[in-house]
Design a binder for this molecule. Structure first.
Ligand code: NDP
Ligand code: BG6
Length: 493
């Protein structure tokens, strides 16, 4: 029996609003097909795509087939595509028109028999009109729910407007805010690592940890999304959501369980404990960069302003020294950085432990370090001091060795095929269809994150702090290095 069929006697429907868009094509259609292949979709599930574009069924099926083949073609088993394509249909409706609601209602049929999950894969400016259409047509009643994508606003005020407009149609328990990092297998593994092992917790605090670094480095530039990106920049696009979620999972107290409230209550406490950064501290606590001409991914890059064709103060790189004002973390900074057109793709969390309180080995005893690598490969490394093997006349020497848990290597060693690396949206769509919102972001989390990020933006504005140019294909602006130099530390490059 599939997970959704056991929950409700109603027929499940997944309405993909924006079914012809970039996110749907690259991520959502392939995710749905893979869920179907693995038996996670209810036999009765229908998937309805909604967009303005007129597509007859043949053209629509071709678009979806191409999307699925393009992303997961090599993983498709015989019969999957045919089975999936039987579930889907497309309806052409314009959200700026009042006929949107009645049009969708006619497509859905008898609502009393349905459990509808709406995924709004459209510009956030359409969330309000779409939620109003859903409410006006009576399509929002329980148990129906809505999934919305980031960005939830550009600041606290605009995020409240979006959240309010969605809240008019769907209560919080039926509102699923996506941060796709929470759907990544490796990000979920953080919870397993921290709370499934006893060895870390006694040392997981400011007494034993000197500092923590969280890096999300991308080799890509802004590409086709320049219009959106120029309004947002790295702080709003990446740090406000993905990096702060990683901070939460790294810093939160052990939750009492895995329920959505237990997890999210702990995450929000972390966000509310972030020490504000303002005009007085923005220069010592942040670095802003923008990629200039150079090379990335082996290709010549003209530079952000040249790509845009006009001057811009949007940062494509940001680094922040975040401090958490609570008993566990006071005195242990979290250095966060993310940027585009960097030399390698890497998402990692580095926990730098303190030195032993009294070294009997002189300067040879280096402090331990735990590196949790989330992307592109999944790897956990704990650097430990060992006796250097062999005999020396002057006594014992130390050497640093890694205790390494590479998940790919474990499967290799067992002669097993590693499980397919899932698209983050697979987990999130599956959870949303089942009504489980633990891996979605609650309203108070989004708002607490914006409140802190707004302080940084205001500090930049008040002090006129502009992005420093870095050559595309290098590790970011000099100011990001000064940020750590000032504290006698350096990035784990
Ligand atoms: P696109 O612009 O590629 O797609 C938008 C979709 O909305 C299209 O299907 C479009 O179809 C439809 N649409 C636009 N206007 C209307 C309208 N008036 N009425 C009905 N449908 C309309 O956007 P993306 O797919 O890139 O992004 C979707 C959401 O996901 C956004 O919230 C974005 O911020 C978020 N996101 C996207 C990411 C990505 O990698 N693309 C990453 C993270 C978040 P049509 O024009 O035919 O109406
Ligand atoms: C998105 C950002 O949320 O995450 C993009 O809008 C970014 O700018 C992307 O490239 C990174 O996601 P991932 O899964 O490739 O690390």
């Amino acid at each position: 029996m599939s997970p959704t069929s056991s929950r409700s006697s109603r027929r499940p429907v997944f309405v993909l609003v924006g079914g012809t868009g970039d996110l749907a094509v690259r991520m959502l259609w392939p995710s749905l097909a893979m869920l179907d292949q693995d038996g996670f979709l209810d036999d009765q599930l229908r998937v309805i795509s909604v967009a303005r574009q007129q597509l007859d069924h043949k053209a629509f099926v071709k678009m979806v087939s191409d999307a699925i083949n393009g992303r997961v073609g090599k993983d498709l088993e015989a019969g999957t595509l045919e089975r999936f394509l039987k579930r889907i249909s497309h309806v052409s409706l314009d959200a700026s028109n009042d006929q949107w609601g009645p049009g969708l209602k006619a497509e859905l049929g008898d609502l009393s028999q349905l459990e509808v999950t709406y995924f709004l894969s459209v510009s956030p400016s359409l969330f309000k009109p779409i939620c109003e259409h859903l409410a006006a047509a009576g399509l929002n009643a329980e148990p129906n729910r809505v999934i919305i994508e980031k960005p939830i606003g550009r600041d606290l005020a605009s995020s409240k407007v979006i959240n309010d407009s969605v809240a008019h149609a769907f209560d919080e328990t039926r509102t699923f805010r996506i941060d796709h990092y929470l759907g990544k297998e490796t990000v979920q593994n953080l919870i397993a690592l921290r709370f499934g092992n006893i060895i870390f917790e006694p040392l997981w605090n400011a007494q034993a940890i000197d500092h923590i670094q969280i890096t999300v480095a991308e080799t890509v530039g802004v590409g086709e999304r320049l219009g959106y990106y120029d309004e947002y920049g790295a702080l709003r696009d990446m740090l406000q959501n993905h990096l702060l979620q990683l901070v939460c999972l790294t810093a939160m107290e052990p939750p009492s369980g895995l329920s959505s409230d237990a997890l999210r209550n702990e995450k929000v406490k972390v966000l509310k404990s972030l020490k504000p950064i303002d005009a007085a501290t923005v220069h010592s606590h942040t670095a802003r960069g923008q990629y200039g001409p150079g090379f990335a991914e082996g290709e010549k890059v003209a530079g952000y302003e040249a790509e845009k064709g006009s001057p811009s103060n949007t940062e494509t790189y940001v680094a922040v020294k975040a401090e958490i004002a609570n008993w566990r973390w006071a005195g242990t900074p979290f250095y966060l950085r993310t940027g585009k057109c960097l030399p390698s793709r890497a998402t990692e969390i580095m926990i730098q432990f303190k030195p032993v309180p009294h070294s009997i080995f002189g300067g040879e005893a280096q402090p331990n370090r735990l590196v949790i690598r989330l992307q592109p490969d999944e790897d956990i490394k704990l650097t430990l001091m060992n006796k250097a093997p062999g005999l020396t006349a002057e006594g014992m020497h130390l050497q640093a060795l890694d205790l390494s848990l590479s998940l790919a290597a474990v499967f290799d060693a067992n002669g097993e095929k590693p499980p397919r690396r899932r698209i983050a949206y697979e987990r999130l769509i599956l959870d949303a269809l089942g009504g489980n919102n633990a891996q979605f972001v609650r309203r108070d989390e989004v708002e607490a994150a914006w409140e802190w990020v707004d302080g940084i933006i205001e500090g930049w504005q008040k002090t006129g702090m502009k992005p420093q140019i870095y050559q595309a294909g290098t590790f970011g602006p000099l100011s990001a290095y000064t940020l750590l130099d000032r504290d006698g530390r350096s990035w784990n490059d």
